[in-house]
Write a protein that binds this ligand. Structure first.
Ligand SMILES: [Zn+2]
Length: 424
């Protein structure tokens, strides 16, 4: 079976080029970035899959009045596994603990950015093979995330078009709205159709990786974005005795938060890079326009990436303590809001999905994979938090969001083989 599947994939370059070209022609840019959304691209994909014999398709439309058709569509393509032929009911529980394999890619793309930086039209795929890179496709979205999407489709077609059955049920999930927070994508799906997923499912998200294909991302840091507003009393620059300097208090708070939180939540974990929690003052909003006024109001923001072992609540409690001390010392009031706070459960390094994937990577690419954690804020967190083992992996040159984005054909076909191996 393996030889038959791999030789199909080896011959599938024309299919990969066709699919990438047609997908790129249909810019699925979010309304948040002044685009129309994913409808045209999703409808095309649905039709293309049907034409090629993948017929078990379900659409899930998240309502969004700003988008074309008023919806942000996600699509699921299923092929049943050989085990399902026995007629054993899924809901018998113990009957099937092998889990179904999901491969989740996203349909949406980011805008091309500065057009003068592109050497070709971003929405027209061109092929190139010059230079040291090797044969590749160029266009917006060809890597992020159509490489993963195309690889997963090729892997599925290798079974369907040759009348073969995967050992486990395979579901390809094409989601909307990954680039702008997933509120109309996987987050919406989990909220409204959470029963789609089962606890023993395995999920591969081919949306990040390195050029050797050796990094399997299993965890991310907890994320807090905080915006602090400090209010004191405005005064002349020469009369601090008559005011309460909001900027001085804000600066004191920023410095104390940085050092005291770093010390309090100071563990190291080699899964991550850097291997410690980070608490960084970032955005600083303007206060008074002139030098000789003591500001009565001051606003700054912090970006915090915290090892998953520390619950967000424990960090917020510490922030509240420091904030109260600073407010009393400077005679100001301090309020804060959280534009983002996301906790994230890791997938275990010895989870079945990690083992199977590592084996497949070794077999196809001859490299030994290692597990890593990242800074946070990816779609993997939604599924992991729902208790489903999920890993982010692909072999990528990481040209996502850049001008002249490209995907190597070798990686599209190689990743398809890794995915097909998991389906066996
Ligand atoms: Zn992506």
């Amino acid at each position: 079976m393996k030889e038959q599947i791999f030789s199909y994939i080896d011959k599938s370059t024309p299919l990969a080029v066709e699919l990438e070209t047609e997908l790129t022609k249909r810019p699925a840019v979010s309304p948040d970035s002044d685009g129309e959304g994913e409808l045209d691209k999703c409808v095309f994909l649905e039709g293309w899959l049907k034409k090629h014999g993948i017929t078990q398709l379900e659409r899930y439309d998240a309502p969004d009045p700003r988008a074309k058709g008023g919806v942000r569509p996600s699509l699921i393509a299923t092929i049943p596994g050989a085990a399902d032929d026995s007629g054993a009911a899924d809901d018998s529980g113990a009957a099937d603990d092998s889990g179904r394999l999901w491969i989740m890619s996203h349909i949406d793309v980011v805008p091309p950015g500065e057009l003068s930086l592109w050497k070709s039209d971003p929405w027209t795929v061109i092929q190139a093979s010059d230079g040291p890179l090797g044969p590749r496709l160029i266009g917006r979205g060809v890597e992020d995330n159509q490489q993963g999407l195309t690889s997963s489709v090729l892997a599925m077609l290798a079974f369907v078009e040759q009348g073969l059955k995967p050992s486990r049920t395979v579901k390809l999930l094409f989601v909307a709205d990954e680039e702008n927070g997933s509120g109309y994508g996987i987050d919406w799906l989990l909220e409204n159709h959470g029963d789609l997923f089962q606890k023993n499912d395995m999920v591969i998200i081919p949306d990040s990786g390195d050029s050797k294909g050796e990094s399997i991302e299993i965890a991310e840091k907890n994320l807090i974005w905080a915006r602090f507003v400090t209010r004191g009393l405005q005064a002349h620059g020469s009369r601090p005795d008559q005011g309460a300097n909001a900027h001085l208090a804000g600066a004191d708070l920023a410095v104390r938060l940085h050092y005291e939180l770093s010390a309090k939540f100071g563990d190291h974990d080699s899964l991550f890079e850097p291997d410690y929690s980070t608490f960084q003052p970032t955005k600083k909003e303007a206060n008074v326009p002139n030098i000789n006024t003591i500001p009565g109001e001051d606003v700054f923001c912090m970006d915090m990436r915290i090892l998953p072992r520390y619950p967000i609540q424990s960090v917020l409690a510490e922030i509240d303590r420091i904030k109260a001390e600073v407010a009393a010392k400077h005679k100001v009031t301090i309020e804060y809001s959280l534009p983002q706070s996301k906790e994230s459960q890791p997938t275990a390094p010895d989870a079945p999905v990690v083992k199977f994937l590592s084996k497949a990577i070794q077999e196809v690419y001859g490299v030994t994979a290692r597990t890593i954690g990242i800074g946070g804020g990816t779609v993997g967190a939604y599924l992991r938090n729902a208790g489903i083992d999920s890993v982010v992996w692909a072999r990528f040159d990481n040209t996502a969001h850049q001008p002249n984005e490209y995907a190597l054909l070798e990686n599209i076909l190689g990743d398809a083989k890794v995915m097909a191996r998991l389906m066996m």
